[in-house]
Design a protein. Structure first.
Lengths: 259, 268
């Protein structure tokens, strides 16, 4: 049984002057505990698809099911992490990480201390009463991850969560996120335009072509890369091979369409 | 070691120049103040200006003491101050409330848009006579004047700031399944807090206009009444006294809001 099924999704954005088709006939499924990536150039509808899966927008056509139930029926099994941390600047770190619990009205001493211990696991101690602006970019993104994980989502969606960070921080966070998700057995979808990041972190990569967004190709990452941490995977021989392969596919996509 | 010492000395020098600069600024501010009042007094004594129209600082001071002693000044100042404070708090509160309603219903905000433009363009003090007829010539209609003058502009400014809140904060809340009320309370309102405080600052000034005009019209109590009364009986010492008091009180109120702003923003 598939954990998440995305079935014939079409999505069109309407404006006064135009109708733009962002996604066209997307069908894919994700197994429980799997880490998958949506890879593609900008304008291929990756983020749109993520928003649809999150239930933030309704697709023009098609349906998404999580554990055989349509998404968006308000039981909040989905966590969403954005490109920037979007921590609330007027809330302390503790108030920020317990925000999801508060929204779901499940904030009590137990869930609060769980969230705080998760924060400690991420290597953030003694920051509970600080404000987000006192923390560095990498620390803030870790806090955002804690905030997302605190509500114990079954499916985690990461929308280019490392793109706003410097390279070193990004590599470290990739390892941390990958290890944390494996440890908790979470299913995750990562949106990225960074080929290396997609290979290093995922089990499968879905390559999208732009205008309109279509599923172009699926790559399965070999076992030997999957079992390594993202940082080690980057140094593996097979990594470079895969990188070249995906790179060529992407280059082809950029050529003008011939039909 | 030696290096550090010299840096410390340089820093002390720098602090000294800062203090010196501040002292000079305060000095010149004081000079302007004294020069203004002493030349006013002198010109009045030497009959270079008409005493009947421009009065003089000493006369104003004497009147101030006299009015303080018979208690009428405290009463009038109290009335005006209450009206202004209530007026501007009411104006800011109702304006923010209206903005929240508009945010809640985008359709309503589209429908009401032209009416907001008209109400904003309209000089609110022109509504004075109608307010007095409707609410009676007293406290209520003057407070209404103080409030009405700032409601619409507050609504427009605060509503704009509600709309400009980064939608991703709302997205974060929505992924947690937050309701629209929760989105407003957790993201929209606190993010707009600095704007609301700064409209408070503008509204202090506006409410003084509303209240003084209201008192002109009602002519029963307050500093506005003292100005109109002094004007009618040609007692310009009374007019000047009221003006000076308004200047002092309005400044104090503005500074209080400024202090409040600094305190709240520091926490936020």
């Amino acid at each position: 049984m598939d954990f998440l099924t995305i079935n014939h999704i079409h999505h069109t954005y309407f404006t006064k002057s135009s109708a733009t088709t962002a996604l066209s006939d997307i069908t894919l499924d994700v197994q429980e505990g799997e880490f998958i990536s949506f890879l593609g150039p900008s304008g291929c509808g990756k983020t749109t698809l993520l928003s649809i899966v999150a239930g933030l927008i309704k697709p023009t056509e098609g349906k998404v099911e999580l554990e055989n139930r349509p998404i968006g029926d308000g039981d909040n099994k989905i966590g969403y992490m954005l490109q920037q941390d979007y921590l609330f600047p007027w809330k302390t770190i503790e108030e920020n990480i317990t925000l999801g619990l508060k929204m779901n009205q499940v904030l009590n001493d137990k869930t609060r201390s769980e969230a705080l211990s998760l924060l400690h696991q991420m290597g953030l101690k003694g920051v509970e009463s600080k404000l987000p602006r006192h923390l560095s970019g990498g620390m803030r993104q870790r806090v955002a991850l804690v905030r997302t994980l605190a509500t114990e989502p079954k499916l985690l969606m990461l929308d280019e969560p490392f793109s706003a960070l410097d390279y070193q921080t990004k590599l470290k966070l990739e390892d941390l996120v990958s290890n944390t998700l494996k440890q908790f057995g979470k299913t995750a979808i990562l949106v990225t335009h960074d080929i290396g990041e997609a290979i290093a972190m995922s089990d499968r990569i879905f390559l999208f072509s732009p205008q309109p967004g279509r599923l172009h190709k699926t790559f399965t990452i070999p076992e030997e890369l999957r079992n390594l941490t993202p940082f080690k995977a980057r140094n593996h021989r097979r990594f470079a091979e895969l990188f070249q392969m995906i790179w060529k596919e992407l280059e082809q996509l950029e050529e003008p369409e011939k039909y | 070691m030696k290096n550090q010492k010299s840096i410390e000395l340089l820093h002390q020098d720098y602090l000294k120049t800062l203090i010196n600069k501040k002292r000079w600024i305060r000095f010149y501010q004081l000079v302007i103040f004294l020069l203004f009042f002493s030349s006013w007094e002198l010109a009045s004594q030497k009959d270079w200006i008409d005493q009947l129209i421009f009065s003089s600082p000493s006369k104003i001071w004497n009147l101030f003491i006299q009015k303080m002693n018979d208690g009428s000044l405290a009463m009038n100042v109290g009335v005006t101050l209450t009206e202004t404070v209530v007026g501007f708090i009411l104006g800011t509160f109702l304006g923010t409330l209206l903005a929240a309603i508009l945010w809640w219903s985008p359709l309503l905000s589209d429908i009401l848009d032209p009416y907001l433009v008209i109400l904003n363009a309209m000089p609110k003090v022109a509504l004075g006579p109608i307010l007095i007829v409707a609410l009676g010539p007293g406290f209520t209609s003057i407070i209404a004047m103080g409030a009405i003058i700032s409601i619409i502009i507050t609504t427009i400014v605060v509503y704009t700031s509600f709309k400009e809140v980064d939608p991703n904060y709302v997205t974060v809340l929505k992924t947690f399944g937050a309701t629209r009320v929760q989105c407003f309370r957790e993201a929209i309102l606190p993010a707009s807090f600095p704007t609301i405080i700064s409209t408070l600052k503008v509204n202090v000034g506006l409410s003084w206009v509303g209240v003084i005009v209201g008192e002109f019209l009602v002519s029963a109590k307050g500093l506005g009444y003292m100005i109109i009364y002094g004007f009618q009986v040609f007692n310009f010492t009374l007019v000047m006294l009221s003006l000076l008091l308004i200047a002092v009180l309005a400044t104090i109120m503005y500074q209080a809001v400024d202090l409040l702003e600094k305190k709240l923003i520091k926490n936020g």
